[in-house]
Ligand binder design. Structure first.
Ligand SMILES: [Zn+2]
Ligand SMILES: [Zn+2]
Length: 622
């Protein structure tokens, strides 16, 4: 880390601003003025000229102007050009957008329908404990690795057919199997039938499976009755659609040899029926998404693959060196290579656009699963890249072993085995966290201690989120909007505090963003004031901080805000709320209720104790 530039010298005789001279105070320390505007990002109606994505003006790249805004998040200023998300067939669109009972029920159970109809299964540990107490919106949470798996083409003797196997049965038989599955008892038979028929008619995967089954029927035993669904990424670098169902035989190929060859990530290998274990689908296969998310990609539109070129790269023969790296998600590599990364692909897809189907954003719980999947496989790919490129990270390698030994002096180096070292640039790795922590401590030491600890939480009721929901949606259906609004507001808050100095002159900040259990992001920021702006007296503290209710008569908006989002809900046995999240060992871990306090008290070596006068007034919460 670069050492911070030294502070400009402070004139010792320069008088500090007088606390009673309110005009000299920074804006946030002046008495409340009801003409202060409530923050609003404006309408999400600025359109990216390159890709047509809807934006708020404040999402533009900082080096572009309001008159000619450019955007990076959606398409990296035009570098990424993907074909439009294919419209879903009318039957599926009706279920996604309808306001009748059947459509609403469908959306409530959309993950179950998708699972019942998917051609591959989702392998991961789903943590449903967050949804158990019934309060708050549903959350999709997973632990550990995530994978998609495919079974054999036919079920084993005596077993119930599952997943893709159901597509080779005729309609009513498959429907019976699906509806009799224990997980699907509360689903609607008519809806399932509609979806099943629609996929039979539109999803090329169905024809592919049938084709594969036919091809394996008379196979000689040395082929082990297996077949690969292969996508030749080199011949098709800007046309990303599957061939029509009639051309399914171009994709299903017989793999020569006895099957001991390593499996290529371009192949999805299917066994006819041999009690073979479930086959993993490589997340680098472009059918990874359409085979599992059949309701999001009902026409079989292909997902990401490794050889998608950036829009500004001339099409040419692939260079030999391209094949050496298994993944091009590493940013440095992708900059050189000009290929679209998985991350860029998903970012592109997660923006609503003019003239593009919005059905992805209508799919609620399935959208959440899709986003979690996207994150998990993107991270897994980055880890894979690191695993195969350890020699390029040699400098970290040695340091990593040293760290391992330092962390545990009793460790036997032989037990370290083949250790994969994560570079400190890998977000979230231990080394990355330690590095950030050390930076933060260095900043704290340099500026002789911090002044403010600020927490900002995403509010699902923010106007910007509410006014961009699709008909009938709740905020929790749109994690994409929540994080975008939070990010944009956070940027403006940082600029208000540090550029515009609304709380006083600041010299440094350290912050972190976390996601709460319910999926809402929040930020903790530590703020360091310039010596001129430090809060030294109780009056100065009171000018910026308050632990009291604002006056209901003169500050009604502020009063309502504090009442609805800033009060610690009464907790513990005394308040009939023994299971509040703050309760640890039958006591409030945040020390509520707090004592009244007539005056703010400032000490040099501890937190200020804020004024909390006993006015005798009572406010009912909730
Ligand atoms: Zn764009
Ligand atoms: Zn409490």
């Amino acid at each position: 880390m670069q050492p911070p530039a030294p502070l400009p010298p402070v004139q010792p005789n320069e008088p500090p601003p007088l606390p009673n001279n309110t005009h000299a105070l920074p804006q946030a320390r002046q008495p409340f003025n009801k003409n202060w505007p409530v923050h609003y990002l404006g309408k999400m109606d600025v359109i990216c000229r390159s890709c047509g994505a809807f934006h708020w003006m404040s999402e533009r790249l900082v080096n572009s102007s309001n008159r000619n805004p450019l955007f990076g998040m959606c398409c990296t200023s035009g570098k990424i050009k993907l074909p439009k998300l294919a419209d879903p067939p009318g039957e599926i669109l009706n279920l996604l957008s309808g306001q009748d009972h059947i459509a609403k029920k469908f959306r409530e159970n959309i993950r179950k329908y998708n699972n019942a109809l998917a051609m591959t299964s989702l392998g991961c540990k789903v943590d449903d404990s967050v949804n158990h107490n019934g309060a708050g919106p549903w959350v999709f949470k997973v632990h550990g690795q995530l994978s998609h798996k495919a079974g054999s083409l036919l079920p084993n003797e005596g077993q119930t057919p599952l997943y893709s196997q159901l597509y080779i049965y005729d309609g009513s038989e498959a429907l019976n199997y699906r509806m009799s599955h224990a997980a699907n008892h509360d689903l609607d038979r008519g809806t399932m039938q509609t979806l099943q028929d629609t996929l039979h008619n539109h999803h090329p995967g169905v024809a592919m499976y049938k084709q594969a089954l036919e091809l394996t029927a008379n196979m000689p035993p040395e082929h082990q009755c297996k077949i690969a669904l292969r996508f030749d990424e080199r011949t098709d670098r800007r046309r990303y659609n599957l061939p029509a169902a009639s051309a399914a035989n171009e994709i299903a190929v017989i793999i020569p040899g006895d099957g001991d060859q390593p499996q290529d990530c371009r192949d999805i290998v299917l066994y006819r029926r041999h009690g073979e274990p479930l086959q993993y689908i490589s997340e680098m296969h472009p059918m990874y998404l359409p085979f599992h998310y059949v309701l999001l990609f009902p026409t079989g539109q292909l997902g990401w693959h490794r050889k998608m070129l950036h829009a500004d790269v001339p099409e040419g023969p692939a260079q030999a060196a391209d094949d050496e790296n298994p993944v091009n998600n590493n940013e440095e590599v992708s900059r050189k290579r000009k290929y679209v990364t998985q991350m860029e692909w998903f970012c592109y897809r997660l923006f609503p656009r003019v003239d593009e189907s919005l059905h992805l954003f209508m799919s609620g719980k399935l959208l959440q699963e899709f986003i979690v999947d996207a994150w998990a496989i993107t991270e897994q790919s980055r880890l894979t890249w690191i695993k195969f490129n350890q020699s390029k990270l040699r400098i970290y390698h040695r340091q990593g072993i040293a760290d391992a030994l330092a962390a545990d002096p009793t460790v036997d180096t032989a037990d370290l085995g083949h250790r994969i070292i994560l570079p400190s640039s890998f977000s979230g790795s231990t080394r990355n966290m330690i590095q950030h922590c050390q930076d933060a401590l260095a900043i704290n030491r340099y500026y002789h201690g911090a002044d403010l600890f600020l927490t900002a939480t995403a509010n699902p009721n923010w106007k910007e989120i509410k006014e961009n929901l699709l008909p009938g949606q709740k905020s929790s259906d749109r994690p994409d909007l929540i994080v975008r609004v939070f990010h944009a507001k956070m940027k403006e808050m940082i600029s208000d505090i540090h550029k515009n100095g609304i709380m006083g002159r600041t010299v440094a900040r350290v912050w972190t963003i976390e996601f709460q259990k319910r999926g809402l992001p929040h930020m903790h920021m530590i703020i360091f004031f310039h010596p001129d702006s430090k809060l030294r007296t109780p009056e100065e503290v009171d000018s910026l901080l308050s632990a009291e209710f604002p006056d209901e008569e003169t500050q009604p908006e502020l009063f309502e805000l504090v009442k609805s989002v800033m009060v610690h809900t009464p907790c513990g046995n005394d308040h009939n709320n023994p299971n509040a999240p703050c309760i640890v060992d039958e006591k409030c871990s945040k020390n509520f209720p707090k004592q009244f306090q007539d005056q703010t008290v400032v000490t040099t070596d501890s937190y200020a104790r804020l004024r909390r006068r006993d006015t005798g007034k009572k406010v009912k919460i909730g």
